[in-house]
Design a protein around this ligand. Sequence first.
Ligand code: NAI
Ligand code: MG
Length: 359
Amino acid sequence: DNRLSKKILVVAGDGIGPEIVAEAIKVLNALQADGAIDVTLEDALVGGAAYDAVGNPLPEETLVKARASDAVLLGAVGGPQWESLHISKRPERGLLGLRAELGLFANLRPAVLYPQLAAASTLKPEIVAGLDIMIVRELTGDIYFGQPRGVETLPSGERRGINTMVYTESEVERICRVAFDIAMKRGKKVCSVDKANVLECTEMWREVATKTAAEYPEISLSHMYVDNAAMQLVRAPKQFDVMVTGNIFGDILSDCAAMLTGSIGMLPSASLNEKGQGMYEPIHGSAPDIAGRGVANPLATILSVGMMLRYSLDAPEAADRIDAAVFKVLDQGLRTADIMSEGMRQVGTAEMGDAVVAA
Ligand code: NAI
Ligand code: MG
């Protein structure tokens, strides 16, 4: 019965995108062959690849397919060959457009330090060992989309650039609920990050977070100013369980938290809408410096498939199997170049994907 089959739209994108997505598809196919999941895969173009093919980083056909899918698996977009294009034609537009079109308002960015990779962190092992943070970033509001915006020329001839931080109460409440729901399945601790001492918009954020938390008596909610949060993330990151914050603070803090783990090639992400539809992608970019060489780490993309099975496809057991398989290949000493260390066995992209399938 085809109706039970979940639809996954695969948009590989640019640079290493196609290489790492190919390994994630191997994992999906293996679970499918095993009867653990029932999915149908479809492809579409996005980013620079789409621009080159049809002159648009986000073709209408891709949007139509994305709307009709249960989940989207994305590799990465962008590269130096598209950098001189107008901002409306650049590969990143494809990504931002997909997020906006699907209403993906909740960005989930786990920062997990695998014990096998503790040496990869730039922080001391005792500071980061066992690190497991989930950053929940609001994705559709804030200074990225607020009006007024733009660059205007003043009567003096000088230009003035403007962007505006905007949030409605319902947007804040919605993202806080996502964070609280996730925290209920973890350590029940949420830290809401703002700049309430300076920005009225985030003062309201803090009020709404506090009010919403009243409905979650088991959740312990704390608040932190973003500058302090940045400091605490590198000083004592294990104090955090779930962090929830707005779009721009979340952009910066999630990259900071990612680097605590030492490897950009290991970190997945999810972006969800209100219907549970989601887009899943590694946090890294298209890595043009290593594209086409078969050396990229596919684990972030494979772990993104795990998040997809957990959050959009209602297959938590299959998701657990992926997480366990990644843990196992690390235990076996297999390492792509980015996470290579002495005494381990270096493998390429495809060999790593095959090892995960075997595990
Ligand atoms: P990047 O994440 O592509 O690369 C940063 C460094 O990490 C590079 O040295 C790269 O080789 C390495 N790296 C990244 N992923 C890796 C993996 N899976 N395995 C091994 N090494 C890996 O960031 P960068 O260089 O700033 O951006 C390159 C392009 O990617 C740009 O065009 C940028 O706009 C785009 N980009 C796209 C994103 C997306 O599609 N979500 C996110 C970030 C950047
Ligand atoms: Mg970023």
